[in-house]
Design a protein around this ligand. Structure first.
Ligand SMILES: *Cc1c(COP(=O)(O)O)cnc(C)c1O
Length: 384
Protein backbone atom coordinates (compact mmCIF):
# COMPACT_ATOMS: atom_id res chain seq x y z
CA UNK A 1 0.00 0.00 0.00
CA UNK A 2 1.52 3.29 -1.17
CA UNK A 3 -1.03 5.32 0.73
CA UNK A 4 -2.39 5.38 4.21
CA UNK A 5 -6.00 4.96 3.14
CA UNK A 6 -8.10 4.45 0.04
CA UNK A 7 -11.57 5.12 -1.31
CA UNK A 8 -13.92 2.76 -3.10
CA UNK A 9 -16.63 4.06 -5.44
CA UNK A 10 -19.62 1.80 -6.07
CA UNK A 11 -20.96 1.65 -9.61
CA UNK A 12 -24.14 -0.23 -8.70
CA UNK A 13 -25.02 2.36 -6.04
CA UNK A 14 -24.71 5.12 -8.62
CA UNK A 15 -26.95 3.20 -11.02
CA UNK A 16 -29.64 2.85 -8.34
CA UNK A 17 -29.52 6.56 -7.53
CA UNK A 18 -29.89 7.52 -11.18
CA UNK A 19 -32.80 5.11 -11.62
CA UNK A 20 -34.57 6.67 -8.65
CA UNK A 21 -33.86 10.23 -9.79
CA UNK A 22 -35.08 9.47 -13.30
CA UNK A 23 -38.40 8.24 -11.96
CA UNK A 24 -38.61 11.44 -9.93
CA UNK A 25 -38.05 13.76 -12.87
CA UNK A 26 -39.79 11.80 -15.63
CA UNK A 27 -38.81 11.31 -19.24
CA UNK A 28 -39.14 14.88 -20.43
CA UNK A 29 -36.43 16.23 -18.16
CA UNK A 30 -32.69 15.82 -18.73
CA UNK A 31 -30.29 15.14 -15.88
CA UNK A 32 -27.06 17.08 -15.71
CA UNK A 33 -24.63 15.53 -13.27
CA UNK A 34 -22.82 18.11 -11.16
CA UNK A 35 -19.17 17.14 -10.78
CA UNK A 36 -17.69 20.20 -9.09
CA UNK A 37 -15.46 19.65 -6.07
CA UNK A 38 -13.73 16.72 -7.82
CA UNK A 39 -17.13 15.10 -8.28
CA UNK A 40 -17.97 15.66 -4.61
CA UNK A 41 -14.73 13.94 -3.69
CA UNK A 42 -15.36 10.84 -5.79
CA UNK A 43 -12.93 11.83 -8.55
CA UNK A 44 -14.00 13.35 -11.86
CA UNK A 45 -12.14 10.71 -13.85
CA UNK A 46 -13.94 7.91 -11.97
CA UNK A 47 -17.39 9.39 -12.16
CA UNK A 48 -17.60 10.52 -15.80
CA UNK A 49 -17.30 6.98 -17.28
CA UNK A 50 -19.70 5.53 -14.69
CA UNK A 51 -22.21 8.27 -15.44
CA UNK A 52 -21.90 7.87 -19.19
CA UNK A 53 -22.45 4.12 -18.87
CA UNK A 54 -25.73 5.05 -17.17
CA UNK A 55 -26.77 7.21 -20.08
CA UNK A 56 -25.79 10.60 -18.67
CA UNK A 57 -24.64 13.00 -21.37
CA UNK A 58 -24.57 16.31 -19.52
CA UNK A 59 -22.14 17.46 -16.84
CA UNK A 60 -22.04 20.63 -14.77
CA UNK A 61 -18.86 22.03 -13.29
CA UNK A 62 -17.98 25.08 -11.26
CA UNK A 63 -14.90 26.08 -13.23
CA UNK A 64 -13.05 25.82 -16.52
CA UNK A 65 -10.35 23.48 -15.20
CA UNK A 66 -12.99 20.95 -14.12
CA UNK A 67 -14.71 21.27 -17.49
CA UNK A 68 -11.49 20.36 -19.26
CA UNK A 69 -11.09 17.30 -17.06
CA UNK A 70 -14.59 16.16 -18.03
CA UNK A 71 -13.76 16.87 -21.66
CA UNK A 72 -10.73 14.57 -21.40
CA UNK A 73 -12.62 11.85 -19.54
CA UNK A 74 -15.74 11.80 -21.74
CA UNK A 75 -16.11 9.01 -24.28
CA UNK A 76 -19.47 10.20 -25.63
CA UNK A 77 -19.06 13.87 -26.52
CA UNK A 78 -21.21 14.75 -23.55
CA UNK A 79 -22.31 18.33 -23.05
CA UNK A 80 -20.28 20.19 -20.44
CA UNK A 81 -21.53 23.30 -18.66
CA UNK A 82 -19.51 25.69 -16.49
CA UNK A 83 -21.74 27.30 -13.85
CA UNK A 84 -19.13 29.55 -12.25
CA UNK A 85 -15.55 30.58 -12.85
CA UNK A 86 -13.77 31.03 -16.11
CA UNK A 87 -11.52 33.79 -17.31
CA UNK A 88 -12.22 35.63 -20.53
CA UNK A 89 -8.85 34.31 -21.68
CA UNK A 90 -10.28 30.75 -21.48
CA UNK A 91 -13.11 31.55 -23.89
CA UNK A 92 -11.27 30.71 -27.10
CA UNK A 93 -10.51 27.17 -25.97
CA UNK A 94 -13.94 26.64 -24.41
CA UNK A 95 -15.88 27.84 -27.45
CA UNK A 96 -13.73 25.74 -29.76
CA UNK A 97 -14.44 22.69 -27.64
CA UNK A 98 -18.16 23.43 -27.61
CA UNK A 99 -18.24 23.77 -23.83
CA UNK A 100 -21.33 25.56 -22.45
CA UNK A 101 -20.98 28.26 -19.83
CA UNK A 102 -23.07 30.56 -17.69
CA UNK A 103 -23.16 34.26 -18.38
CA UNK A 104 -24.26 36.39 -15.44
CA UNK A 105 -22.74 39.77 -16.26
CA UNK A 106 -22.17 41.84 -19.38
CA UNK A 107 -18.40 41.61 -19.38
CA UNK A 108 -18.40 37.85 -19.96
CA UNK A 109 -21.29 38.02 -22.41
CA UNK A 110 -19.57 40.68 -24.51
CA UNK A 111 -16.27 38.79 -24.43
CA UNK A 112 -18.08 35.63 -25.57
CA UNK A 113 -19.71 37.45 -28.46
CA UNK A 114 -16.37 38.94 -29.50
CA UNK A 115 -14.63 35.57 -29.37
CA UNK A 116 -17.43 33.92 -31.32
CA UNK A 117 -17.05 36.53 -34.06
CA UNK A 118 -13.34 35.89 -34.19
CA UNK A 119 -13.65 32.11 -34.33
CA UNK A 120 -16.76 31.84 -36.45
CA UNK A 121 -18.24 29.45 -33.89
CA UNK A 122 -21.29 30.21 -31.79
CA UNK A 123 -20.75 30.48 -28.03
CA UNK A 124 -23.06 28.16 -26.08
CA UNK A 125 -24.36 30.25 -23.24
CA UNK A 126 -26.73 29.82 -20.32
CA UNK A 127 -28.14 33.11 -19.13
CA UNK A 128 -28.23 33.15 -15.34
CA UNK A 129 -30.85 35.26 -13.62
CA UNK A 130 -30.82 36.93 -10.23
CA UNK A 131 -33.97 35.68 -8.53
CA UNK A 132 -32.98 35.99 -4.87
CA UNK A 133 -29.77 34.03 -4.26
CA UNK A 134 -27.76 37.24 -4.49
CA UNK A 135 -24.51 35.75 -5.65
CA UNK A 136 -24.50 35.86 -9.45
CA UNK A 137 -27.09 36.52 -12.14
CA UNK A 138 -28.52 39.32 -14.26
CA UNK A 139 -30.79 41.70 -12.42
CA UNK A 140 -34.37 42.41 -13.48
CA UNK A 141 -33.30 46.00 -14.24
CA UNK A 142 -30.70 44.73 -16.70
CA UNK A 143 -33.17 42.79 -18.84
CA UNK A 144 -33.64 45.35 -21.65
CA UNK A 145 -29.96 45.68 -22.47
CA UNK A 146 -29.50 41.95 -22.03
CA UNK A 147 -32.32 41.24 -24.48
CA UNK A 148 -30.86 43.72 -26.96
CA UNK A 149 -27.48 42.02 -26.86
CA UNK A 150 -29.00 38.54 -27.19
CA UNK A 151 -31.15 39.56 -30.13
CA UNK A 152 -28.50 41.53 -31.98
CA UNK A 153 -26.02 38.69 -31.67
CA UNK A 154 -28.14 35.68 -32.64
CA UNK A 155 -25.41 34.70 -35.08
CA UNK A 156 -22.84 34.43 -32.34
CA UNK A 157 -24.77 32.91 -29.46
CA UNK A 158 -26.43 29.56 -28.99
CA UNK A 159 -28.97 30.26 -26.25
CA UNK A 160 -28.61 26.92 -24.50
CA UNK A 161 -30.31 27.78 -21.26
CA UNK A 162 -32.10 30.21 -18.98
CA UNK A 163 -31.24 29.38 -15.41
CA UNK A 164 -31.11 30.31 -11.76
CA UNK A 165 -30.13 28.69 -8.46
CA UNK A 166 -32.16 28.48 -5.24
CA UNK A 167 -30.91 29.80 -1.94
CA UNK A 168 -31.36 26.72 0.21
CA UNK A 169 -34.19 24.55 -1.12
CA UNK A 170 -33.07 21.83 1.32
CA UNK A 171 -34.56 23.58 4.33
CA UNK A 172 -38.12 24.62 5.09
CA UNK A 173 -36.69 27.70 6.81
CA UNK A 174 -36.09 29.10 3.32
CA UNK A 175 -39.53 28.20 1.97
CA UNK A 176 -40.76 31.73 1.39
CA UNK A 177 -37.49 32.79 -0.17
CA UNK A 178 -37.49 29.83 -2.58
CA UNK A 179 -41.15 30.41 -3.48
CA UNK A 180 -40.30 34.00 -4.32
CA UNK A 181 -37.41 32.86 -6.45
CA UNK A 182 -39.68 30.54 -8.43
CA UNK A 183 -42.03 33.46 -8.95
CA UNK A 184 -39.22 35.78 -10.05
CA UNK A 185 -37.86 33.20 -12.46
CA UNK A 186 -41.28 32.77 -14.05
CA UNK A 187 -41.62 36.53 -14.39
CA UNK A 188 -38.28 36.71 -16.20
CA UNK A 189 -39.20 33.79 -18.45
CA UNK A 190 -42.52 35.34 -19.39
CA UNK A 191 -40.77 38.57 -20.21
CA UNK A 192 -38.25 36.83 -22.49
CA UNK A 193 -41.13 34.92 -24.10
CA UNK A 194 -42.83 38.23 -24.85
CA UNK A 195 -39.61 39.45 -26.51
CA UNK A 196 -39.62 36.22 -28.54
CA UNK A 197 -36.27 35.20 -27.07
CA UNK A 198 -36.28 31.41 -26.65
CA UNK A 199 -33.79 29.25 -24.82
CA UNK A 200 -33.22 25.56 -25.50
CA UNK A 201 -33.47 24.54 -21.86
CA UNK A 202 -35.07 26.14 -18.84
CA UNK A 203 -33.32 24.82 -15.73
CA UNK A 204 -33.28 25.80 -12.08
CA UNK A 205 -33.27 22.73 -9.84
CA UNK A 206 -30.47 21.23 -7.74
CA UNK A 207 -31.04 17.97 -5.80
CA UNK A 208 -33.11 19.55 -3.05
CA UNK A 209 -35.36 21.49 -5.42
CA UNK A 210 -35.83 18.36 -7.56
CA UNK A 211 -36.86 16.30 -4.54
CA UNK A 212 -38.94 18.93 -2.75
CA UNK A 213 -40.28 21.34 -5.39
CA UNK A 214 -41.26 19.21 -8.42
CA UNK A 215 -42.40 22.23 -10.42
CA UNK A 216 -38.77 23.44 -10.58
CA UNK A 217 -37.51 20.50 -12.64
CA UNK A 218 -38.52 21.95 -16.06
CA UNK A 219 -36.28 20.82 -18.99
CA UNK A 220 -33.21 19.83 -17.01
CA UNK A 221 -32.12 19.32 -13.41
CA UNK A 222 -28.60 19.85 -12.10
CA UNK A 223 -28.06 17.02 -9.67
CA UNK A 224 -25.04 16.72 -7.39
CA UNK A 225 -25.36 15.32 -3.89
CA UNK A 226 -28.32 12.99 -4.53
CA UNK A 227 -26.54 11.20 -7.36
CA UNK A 228 -23.72 10.44 -4.93
CA UNK A 229 -26.27 8.87 -2.62
CA UNK A 230 -26.97 11.56 -0.04
CA UNK A 231 -30.00 13.57 0.89
CA UNK A 232 -29.15 17.27 0.80
CA UNK A 233 -30.24 17.48 4.44
CA UNK A 234 -31.80 15.17 7.02
CA UNK A 235 -34.78 17.48 6.89
CA UNK A 236 -35.28 16.90 3.16
CA UNK A 237 -35.27 13.15 3.76
CA UNK A 238 -37.82 13.35 6.55
CA UNK A 239 -40.03 15.55 4.40
CA UNK A 240 -40.01 13.03 1.54
CA UNK A 241 -40.06 9.87 3.64
CA UNK A 242 -43.84 9.27 3.48
CA UNK A 243 -43.97 9.43 -0.29
CA UNK A 244 -41.06 7.03 -0.89
CA UNK A 245 -41.76 3.51 -2.18
CA UNK A 246 -42.80 1.10 0.61
CA UNK A 247 -40.10 -1.46 -0.15
CA UNK A 248 -37.17 0.95 -0.39
CA UNK A 249 -37.41 3.59 2.24
CA UNK A 250 -34.06 5.05 1.29
CA UNK A 251 -33.58 4.84 -2.46
CA UNK A 252 -30.34 6.85 -2.31
CA UNK A 253 -27.25 4.68 -1.89
CA UNK A 254 -23.84 5.88 -0.81
CA UNK A 255 -21.17 5.30 -3.47
CA UNK A 256 -18.15 6.02 -1.36
CA UNK A 257 -16.33 3.92 1.21
CA UNK A 258 -13.16 5.05 2.97
CA UNK A 259 -10.81 2.44 4.33
CA UNK A 260 -7.44 2.19 5.99
CA UNK A 261 -5.65 -0.31 8.20
CA UNK A 262 -4.15 -0.48 11.65
CA UNK A 263 -0.60 0.90 11.76
CA UNK A 264 0.24 -0.46 15.21
CA UNK A 265 -1.30 -1.30 18.55
CA UNK A 266 -0.22 -0.26 22.02
CA UNK A 267 -1.09 -1.07 25.62
CA UNK A 268 -1.91 1.97 27.76
CA UNK A 269 -2.15 1.98 31.56
CA UNK A 270 -5.10 3.38 33.45
CA UNK A 271 -4.49 7.08 34.14
CA UNK A 272 -2.21 7.65 31.14
CA UNK A 273 -3.06 10.46 28.71
CA UNK A 274 -3.42 9.39 25.10
CA UNK A 275 -1.96 11.57 22.35
CA UNK A 276 -1.26 15.32 22.52
CA UNK A 277 -2.35 17.20 25.60
CA UNK A 278 -4.72 15.91 28.18
CA UNK A 279 -8.04 15.59 26.39
CA UNK A 280 -8.21 11.85 27.01
CA UNK A 281 -7.08 9.98 30.12
CA UNK A 282 -7.35 6.19 30.00
CA UNK A 283 -10.12 5.23 32.45
CA UNK A 284 -8.80 1.64 32.60
CA UNK A 285 -5.93 -0.40 31.21
CA UNK A 286 -6.48 -0.19 27.47
CA UNK A 287 -5.32 -1.30 24.08
CA UNK A 288 -5.33 1.35 21.42
CA UNK A 289 -4.80 1.05 17.68
CA UNK A 290 -3.25 3.78 15.55
CA UNK A 291 -4.93 4.45 12.23
CA UNK A 292 -2.91 6.52 9.74
CA UNK A 293 -5.53 9.09 8.77
CA UNK A 294 -5.79 12.57 10.26
CA UNK A 295 -6.96 16.07 9.55
CA UNK A 296 -4.39 16.27 6.74
CA UNK A 297 -6.46 13.60 5.00
CA UNK A 298 -9.77 15.31 5.59
CA UNK A 299 -10.60 13.68 8.94
CA UNK A 300 -11.66 16.76 10.90
CA UNK A 301 -10.10 17.70 14.24
CA UNK A 302 -13.67 18.14 15.45
CA UNK A 303 -13.76 14.35 15.57
CA UNK A 304 -11.24 14.27 18.44
CA UNK A 305 -12.83 12.08 21.14
CA UNK A 306 -15.95 11.98 18.93
CA UNK A 307 -15.29 10.00 15.78
CA UNK A 308 -15.95 6.28 15.33
CA UNK A 309 -14.51 3.66 13.00
CA UNK A 310 -15.21 0.01 12.28
CA UNK A 311 -12.71 -2.73 13.06
CA UNK A 312 -13.59 -6.45 12.96
CA UNK A 313 -17.22 -5.48 12.44
CA UNK A 314 -17.34 -3.52 15.70
CA UNK A 315 -17.75 0.24 16.09
CA UNK A 316 -14.90 1.68 18.15
CA UNK A 317 -14.34 5.28 19.30
CA UNK A 318 -11.54 7.72 18.58
CA UNK A 319 -9.66 8.50 21.80
CA UNK A 320 -7.67 11.72 22.15
CA UNK A 321 -7.07 14.31 19.50
CA UNK A 322 -7.06 13.82 15.76
CA UNK A 323 -3.56 14.68 14.60
CA UNK A 324 -2.36 15.64 11.16
CA UNK A 325 -1.77 12.06 10.09
CA UNK A 326 -3.34 9.72 12.60
CA UNK A 327 -6.01 8.86 15.11
CA UNK A 328 -5.98 6.48 18.05
CA UNK A 329 -8.98 4.25 18.58
CA UNK A 330 -9.98 2.16 21.57
CA UNK A 331 -9.77 -1.55 20.72
CA UNK A 332 -9.58 -2.86 24.28
CA UNK A 333 -12.76 -4.91 23.97
CA UNK A 334 -11.96 -6.47 20.63
CA UNK A 335 -10.89 -10.07 20.78
CA UNK A 336 -8.09 -10.06 18.31
CA UNK A 337 -6.63 -6.99 16.74
CA UNK A 338 -3.38 -6.65 14.94
CA UNK A 339 -1.39 -4.43 12.70
CA UNK A 340 -2.74 -4.56 9.16
CA UNK A 341 -6.39 -5.19 10.09
CA UNK A 342 -8.89 -3.31 7.95
CA UNK A 343 -10.33 -0.09 9.38
CA UNK A 344 -13.50 1.36 7.85
CA UNK A 345 -13.82 5.11 8.28
CA UNK A 346 -16.88 5.44 6.05
CA UNK A 347 -18.78 2.37 4.93
CA UNK A 348 -19.80 -1.08 6.09
CA UNK A 349 -18.07 -3.99 7.71
CA UNK A 350 -20.13 -7.03 8.66
CA UNK A 351 -23.61 -5.73 9.42
CA UNK A 352 -22.46 -2.38 10.83
CA UNK A 353 -22.09 0.90 9.02
CA UNK A 354 -20.45 4.27 9.55
CA UNK A 355 -22.42 6.76 7.49
CA UNK A 356 -21.32 10.15 6.28
CA UNK A 357 -24.23 11.63 8.20
CA UNK A 358 -22.78 10.30 11.45
CA UNK A 359 -19.73 12.45 10.78
CA UNK A 360 -21.95 15.43 10.31
CA UNK A 361 -23.49 14.91 13.70
CA UNK A 362 -20.15 14.85 15.49
CA UNK A 363 -18.12 17.28 13.39
CA UNK A 364 -20.78 19.83 12.31
CA UNK A 365 -19.65 19.23 8.76
CA UNK A 366 -22.30 18.83 6.12
CA UNK A 367 -22.07 15.92 3.67
CA UNK A 368 -20.84 18.25 0.99
CA UNK A 369 -17.93 19.53 3.05
CA UNK A 370 -16.69 16.19 4.26
CA UNK A 371 -16.75 14.71 0.75
CA UNK A 372 -15.04 17.57 -1.00
CA UNK A 373 -12.30 17.75 1.61
CA UNK A 374 -11.15 14.24 0.82
CA UNK A 375 -7.75 14.87 -0.75
CA UNK A 376 -7.45 14.31 -4.48
CA UNK A 377 -4.43 12.06 -4.01
CA UNK A 378 -6.09 9.37 -1.90
CA UNK A 379 -6.31 6.41 -4.29
CA UNK A 380 -9.84 5.79 -5.52
CA UNK A 381 -10.98 2.58 -7.14
CA UNK A 382 -14.26 1.75 -8.81
CA UNK A 383 -16.00 -1.37 -7.49
CA UNK A 384 -19.31 -3.03 -8.33
C1 LIG B 1 -23.79 22.71 -6.68
C2 LIG B 1 -24.84 23.19 -7.59
C3 LIG B 1 -25.89 22.33 -7.95
C4 LIG B 1 -26.05 20.95 -7.37
O1 LIG B 1 -26.39 21.00 -6.02
P1 LIG B 1 -26.75 19.65 -5.20
O2 LIG B 1 -27.34 20.15 -3.95
O3 LIG B 1 -25.45 18.97 -4.95
O4 LIG B 1 -27.64 18.85 -6.05
C5 LIG B 1 -26.82 22.82 -8.87
N1 LIG B 1 -26.71 24.07 -9.38
C6 LIG B 1 -25.71 24.91 -9.05
C7 LIG B 1 -25.65 26.27 -9.66
C8 LIG B 1 -24.75 24.50 -8.14
O5 LIG B 1 -23.78 25.33 -7.80
Amino acid sequence: MQHTSYLEISKSAFQKNIEFLKTEIGDGTALSLVIKGNAYGHGIENIVPIAESNGIRHFSTFSADEALRVYQASQHQSQIMIMGMLENGDLEDLIQKGINFYVFEFDRLEAAIAMSKKLGIKAKVHVELETGFHRTGFEWEEREWLATLLTENVDFLELEGLCTHYAGAESIANYVRVRNQIKNYKKFKKWFDAQKIKFKKYHTACSAATLLYPETTMDMVRIGIAAYGFWPTQEAYIYRFQSLPEDIKNPLKRLISWKSSIMNTKAVKMGDFIGYGSSYMAPRDMTIALVPIGYGHGYSRMLSNQGKVLISGIIVPVVGTVTMNSIAVDVTDLEKVQKGDEVVIIGSQGDKEISVASFGESSQQVNYELLTRLPQDIPRSVVD
